[in-house]
Design a protein around this ligand. Structure first.
Ligand SMILES: Nc1ncnc2c1ncn2[C@@H]1O[C@H](COP(=O)(O)OP(=O)(O)O)[C@@H](O)[C@H]1O
Ligand SMILES: [Mg+2]
Length: 591
């Protein structure tokens, strides 16, 4: 799992982490925030104008200000409206830009991570942490920050109106407000744990959808609808509990403030009546004061919400910076070399490997594969065959020992160059949503029509493709859903063929197929193996008999090595007993 920062990070440190992303847009961002100040401050105009209206018009019965007072109110409100639009527009512009930049950086990070990251994290976590969090972090942060600023200044200007009207009443009001705002400082600490759990549950939901999508046939055939539903239901129930917990921890703030404001209004009316009767303030002061106080309720109430949302965004930023801090463990060394194929040989020297610390899966693997030869790996399942071949393109790195190509440790070769030189065909190959052509071109960008046709021919796909309505431009569906197992396999072979890499790895490339399909795929594979340095893992021993060298892998070590003929001679050997076991099961089936 992605590590989470346990220590408290200060506002300053958050700020330092987001700053590089804000920096390119700093002027617009600052402008948006600055514009939010008058937007808030103009709220006070109406409350303030009530004082002259009351005192001059109602009491003194003079009417000259009725000429300009209504005009002023409309004018200021229009200005406020215009500024509001501008700041919302600017904010969304900056927010979306920053969010997208951040998503780009996160996606690049995702692409740079090695297989073991994908082994440990599920698809839901990835969607949540690499995409949703970026939205929460930036768009949420800027929006709420803008609202926070505008409401803060709205409050400030209304407080100004309060003080202008009566400093005595203002003291009561301000003391009450400060008491109401104090608990805000506790919000972040209180919500952090709840949010982190909610994010995990939300990613479980995304993972559930992904699994339902990819595993729909398994769900149908094992009648798993009910248990899948229950799992989903449970996650939602947990999320519900967490949402309610979140409300318990933040929802009391609004009513608390409501109560505090009403206490303030009560106190002000009581004391205010006394101040009017003693002539300390005018009734205009009083009405203007009460209006400002009531108007204060709105911004102060939402300041609480904006403030906790800003904290939610800060926590998202914390999670994002945890991700940006992940260092890929498999990367290019500074002086990494390029290679051009294999000159002499590929060698495994005392290679140890483990997926989980303390459980070695390979325990000292030694062998050599000369250029242009085929090395077959056989043995019981779980013995470590796939692990051995996955180390060659550095999907994982060895724990101890080394793998070298012509004496150069593969860790000293540029990853890009190493992988350019290797084609891999698995039992289950990933095809992308798109057309046949697009999937083949993944093997070689900008390949000519002739090269594509050649690859199709070599993969025995030409007849199939020419029978399709749109030929090469036919859609194959997500993960190649519209193709048969054999067709998918041959498309993967065509893709590998056009890549034309000197090293070829075939991991159970035919095991998923029936005999007839296998025969065709087998021919396609033989085409792919020609003149290349090949590593082949095959369940059926008939397919490995022609290999130059056969490695029998058992429990992480190579227990036997040699050609089919030599290995068959050892009457107590592991290869012979594997061979006999398969031969027997075949004869049993025939009966
Ligand atoms: N991604 C992984 N994470 C943890 N353990 C793994 C992973 N892949 C394989 N293993 C374990 O490593 C051992 C060797 O697996 P593998 O190389 O796939 O065997 P083979 O290909 O010979 O059937 C098995 O015990 C398997 O459970
Ligand atoms: Mg395997």
């Amino acid at each position: 799992m992605i590590a989470e920062t346990k220590t408290e990070i200060s506002f300053w440190e958050h700020y330092k982490k987001v700053w590089p992303y804000i920096k390119p847009y700093k002027f617009r961002a600052i402008l948006a925030i600055l514009l939010a100040i008058p937007v808030g401050a103009l709220d006070a105009v109406i409350a303030w104008s009530l004082k002259p209206f009351m005192d001059v018009v109602l009491i003194e019965k003079k009417t000259e200000i009725t000429l300009y007072l209504p005009l002023l109110i409309v004018l200021f409100t229009t200005i406020q409206g215009f500024l509001t639009y501008t700041t919302i527009y600017l904010n969304s512009w900056v927010g979306t830009k920053i969010t997208h930049d951040l998503k780009r950086a996160l996606y690049q990070k995702l692409l740079s991570l090695e297989t073991s990251f994908y082994d440990k994290n599920n698809s839901g976590t990835v969607v949540q942490r690499f995409s949703t969090d970026a939205d929460t972090a930036c768009t949420g942060l800027l929006d709420n920050f803008r609202l926070f600023v505008s409401r803060f200044f709205s409050s400030l200007s209304l407080i100004g109106v309060l003080i202008y009207n009566s400093w005595q009443l203002s003291i009561i009001a301000i003391i009450v407000l400060v008491c109401a705002l104090l608990p805000l400082s506790q919000v972040r600490r209180r919500i952090k744990g709840v949010i982190s759990k909610s994010v995990t549950e939300a990613s479980t939901i995304v993972k559930n959808y992904n699994e339902t999508f990819s595993g729909n046939q398994t769900i149908a055939s094992y009648n798993l609808q009910e248990s899948a539903y229950n799992k989903f239901d449970n996650t939602l129930k947990n999320l519900f509990k967490l949402s309610m917990k979140m409300i318990q921890r933040t929802g009391w703030m609004t009513p608390m403030m409501h109560i505090a404001v009403s206490i303030g209004i009560g106190g002000v009316i009581g004391y205010g009546s006394y101040l009017i009767t003693t002539g300390t303030i005018t009734s205009g002061n009083f009405v203007s004061f009460i209006t400002a106080l009531i108007m204060l309720y709105g911004p102060i109430k939402s300041i609480g919400k904006n403030f906790s949302n800003v904290q939610v965004s800060f926590l998202a930023i914390e999670r994002i910076s945890d991700i940006l801090d992940i260092e890929p463990t498999i990367y290019d060394k500074e002086n990494a070399k390029e290679i051009k194929g294999v000159e002499k040989q590929i060698e495994f020297k005392n290679v140890w490997f483990e997926y989980k610390e303390g459980t070695p899966v390979l325990k000292g693997v030694n062998f050599k594969a000369r250029k242009g030869t085929t090395t077959a790996l056989v043995g019981n399942s779980g013995g470590g065959k796939s692990t051995i071949v996955n180390l060659i393109p550095r999907f994982y790195d060895v724990l101890k020992g080394e793998i070298s190509i012509d004496g150069v440790n593969i860790k000293d070769i540029k990853l890009k160059s190493l992988r350019e030189n290797i084609s891999v065909v698995f039992q289950d190959n990933f095809l992308f949503d798109g057309t046949v052509r697009e999937n083949i071109l993944l093997g070689k960008k900008g390949a000519t029509e002739e090269e594509i046709n050649q690859a199709l021919k070599m993969a025995f796909l030409d007849d199939f493709v020419s029978a399709l309505d749109n030929g090469l431009d036919s859609e194959i569906g997500e993960r190649g859903a519209q193709l048969s197992g054999g067709q998918k396999q041959r498309l993967a072979i065509a893709r590998a063929f056009i890549k034309d890499a000197p090293i070829v790895i075939l991991d159970e490339a035919t095991s998923a197929l029936d005999n007839k399909a296998e025969a065709v795929v087998q021919k396609a594979i033989e085409n792919l193996m020609k003149d290349r340095t090949v590593f082949v893992i095959a369940h059926r021993l008939s397919t490995v008999q022609n290999a130059n060298n056969i490695l029998v892998v058992n429990d992480g070590v190579i227990v036997e090595e040699g050609s089919h003929e030599t290995l068959m001679k050892d009457s107590k050997g592991a290869y012979l007993s594997l061979y006999n076991a398969q031969f027997k099961s075949k004869t049993v089936k025939k009966k």
